[in-house]
Design a protein around this ligand. Structure first.
Ligand code: IVH
Length: 678
């Protein structure tokens, strides 16, 4: 049996973890470093592993793992989840206002406007503060039990302090636009059908039988209403929103109170454009009578409350013509068709191209060259074809065929079993190499500034790079051979490449362009394995046990690191000084956290400037000379007076090998048996 002390310690840890998760995920205002947080979390995991009997279902360790209950069991709501009537213009809002006032027999009505989040509504049941059930809306009377999946959403509290004995919290589960864009990119690469918009992506992610998959999808939640609830003392929507925030839910901050419908009209006008800049999709604004007594007096029809309505913004669409269907190559050799469009204005930009994802997508919508199409922007960013205007066809539009040979190398193109994607099967295809290089240097990968597609093309044309490791051995002189590459630009590029060496394992794993492994998956592997050697040594079963990593990714990662060519690349990257271990974003816990280091002498593997960058990235500071505050000296060969001064002061001295090991770089332990200089 676990002793009282252990139970108490676990409870204290849970409470602290809850508080810091709230500060981090909901308020975006962390008070401790990731390192400190991880330490607490790991202590709790260990305690619970040693004493399984103390695990509680609301422990923060229990977010991922439960089984999706009985394929989404149907559950009847105690209070139905109603829908909303829609209005589309100011006049209809005024009519709504007149009806409300006539029915109440007073002109004293306050309204609250809230953004209408485009996700799916959710009913969360809390008993004595514990989350016991999450239900989708279903048909409004009977919902589906998705508790195991809902628990993976970090901003949904598993336990609420000082909560009434029973309450139902309602709100919207949604997928942020960035996550949506990333998910669809990954789906294209994996030969899966894309989601049409953030809402469908959120719905698809909640209806997963494996909660690990949901956990990796980065869903979020805004609370805005309550269902059946006992003992909550709130009298207005405004008070309710404050109370929900006090319970530590995420509440959308863009709500506002108005004392007239003209104010409401101003409010909806204000957001018509501004909503595009949000990180999530909205399709309108919800207007609610603020006072709960007035809400009760107004009542509801079987479908909708009479005290609220949704002002819908018109979906932005444009009509244009498909001039050509072209096929380009993605980073893993996937051939992706897109439509070259007659330029057209849409939601603030000129659109000239829309991705068509894959052949199945084209067939499903029957999109052909010459067709007139309706287009929209998914997640406010990505132009997509909604439908073909078939009545505008001339009969001359040819059905699209996937090329049989690669448009880059002429190699064989094949459709992989069970996938929608076609790939070039030639591993040496110049197109695949090019895409891999571009991907490696891109923003979400190693983020090498100035190394975009056109520079990659020039580098390839001059034979200066063959693989990403070559980026790190470029010298400014060589680079000046390239077109439009002056002295300064060349120097910047070399510096940017050097700077990227310290991005760390998560970015590097993603940058390698391993099939199916997205940025999120790379982070998950990094959290578990910490070094590239550990990832390379892991078998498929171990990889697959990682939260958020499914069988397909596990197989792909395993296969990648069992291909000699890829191992060679990793070795080359390590030799070039690329950090292949986890780098914590916060300095604490990083290899040189808190160190004030001086570099002296000649290093064999890199210049002093580069070494300095690595130290800084790993949390240290670099000094030009040894002073009283110096904590560390890295000494190469021919080190002179600085080294002597350091010795005299008793400062810790590292050889180059020791430095590299501490930085998590190539385990370049000296095998020559030479004694350390010191
Ligand atoms: S209140 C009875 N507030 O819109 C009132 N709904 O078209 C119920 N929605 O099913 C809803 N944001 O999924 C409310 N701030 C918000 C909302 C919101 C999005 C969704 C909700 C509802 C649908 C109605």
């Amino acid at each position: 049996m676990a002793s009282e002390d252990i139970i108490e310690r676990a409870e204290a840890l849970r409470k602290e973890i809850r508080r810091h998760s709230y500060l981090y995920y909901v308020l975006d205002r962390p008070e401790i470093t990731d390192f400190e947080f991880d330490k607490m979390y790991r202590e709790l995991v260990t305690l619970e592993a040693e004493h399984p009997e103390i695990v509680t279902p609301d422990s923060p360790t229990q977010r991922v793992g439960g089984k999706a209950s009985d394929d989404f069991r149907k559950v009847r709501f105690r209070k139905p989840m109603l829908s909303l009537t829609n209005v589309f213009n100011a006049e209809e809002l005024r009519e709504f206002d007149r009806r409300v006032k006539a029915s109440l027999g007073t002109d004293e009505v306050e309204y609250i406007t809230e953004l209408k989040i485009d996700g799916l509504s959710m009913n969360l049941v809390y008993e004595d503060g514990r989350l016991v059930q999450g239900l989708t809306r279903g048909d409004g009377r009977v919902g589906e039990d998705v508790t195991a999946n809902v628990k993976t959403i970090r901003t949904i509290p598993l336990y609420i302090e000082n909560a009434p004995p029973y309450m139902e919290i309602r709100g919207e589960v949604y997928m942020p636009r960035k996550s949506f864009a990333r998910l669809n990119e990954e789906r294209d690469e994996a030969g899966l059908m894309p989601f049409a918009n953030c809402r469908n992506a959120a719905a698809g992610s909640l209806r997963q039988l494996d909660p690990h998959v949901t956990a990796a999808r980065n869903l979020d939640f805004f609370a805005y209403a309550i269902g059946e609830t006992e003992g909550l003392d709130v009298h207005t929507q405004e008070e309710l929103l404050r109370q929900l925030a006090a319970f530590h839910f995420r509440v959308n901050p863009n709500y506002r109170k108005w004392d007239s419908i003209e104010g409401v009209i101003e409010g909806v006008g204000e957001w018509a454009e501004k909503r595009r800049t949000l990180e999530y999709d909205t399709d309108g604004m919800v207007v609610k009578v603020n006072d709960f007594r007035q809400q009760d007096a107004l009542g509801a029809t079987v479908k909708d409350p009479k005290w609220a309505t949704a002002y819908k913004y018109p979906p932005e669409e444009a009509v244009t013509q498909v001039e050509h269907i072209i096929v380009t190559m993605g980073r893993t050799g996937v051939l992706t068709p897109s439509a070259d469009l007659a330029p057209v204005r849409l939601a603030g930009t000129t659109v000239k191209r829309a991705t068509l994802h894959n052949l199945d997508f084209i067939r499903e919508k029957d999109i052909r060259e010459g067709d007139w199409v309706r287009i929209y922007k998914a997640g406010e960013i990505i132009p997509e074809v909604a439908a073909v205007l078939k009545e505008k066809r001339t009969g001359k539009e040819p059905e699209f065929q996937m090329p049989e040979t690669c448009p880059v190398c002429g190699g064989k193109v094949e459709r992989v079993e069970g996938e929608a994607a076609y790939r070039c099967m030639n591993p040496r295809c110049g197109g695949v190499v090019r895409e891999k290089l571009i991907h490696f240097a891109s923003r979400d990968a190693m983020d090498i500034e100035g190394l975009g597609p056109s520079v990659v093309d020039s580098l390839l044309a001059c034979g200066l790079v063959k693989d990403p490791a070559d980026f790190y051995t470029l010298d400014a002189g060589e680079l000046q051979q390239l077109e439009r590459m002056g002295e300064k630009r060349a120097a910047n590029l070399v510096a940017a490449a050097a700077d990227s060496r310290g991005r760390g394992l998560a970015k590097l794993l993603f940058a390698l362009g391993i099939r199916f492994l997205g940025a999120k998956g790379a982070e998950l592997l990094t959290e578990k394995y910490h070094t590239i050697e550990a990832v390379m040594a892991a078998d498929e079963a171990s990889l697959q046990e990682t939260d958020g990593i499914g069988k397909v990714i596990a197989q792909s990662v395993y296969a990648y690191f069992h291909d000699e060519r890829n191992l060679e690349l990793v070795r080359k990257l390590q030799q070039a000084g690329v950090v292949t271990a986890e780098v914590k974003e916060t300095a604490e816990g990083a290899a040189f956290a808190g160190e004030r280091a001086v570099l002296t002498g000649k290093l064999a593997s890199m210049g002093r400037r580069e070494a300095g960058e690595i130290i800084r990235r790993l949390g240290g500071e670099v000094q030009s000379s040894v002073t009283k505050t110096t904590t560390l000296v890295i000494a190469g060969t021919d080190a002179g007076s600085k080294l002597e001064k350091a010795r005299a002061q008793g400062v810790t001295i590292l050889t180059e090998d020791e430095f590299l090991r501490r930085a998590g770089l190539a385990p370049a332990a000296s095998e020559s048996g030479e004694p350390s200089l010191f």
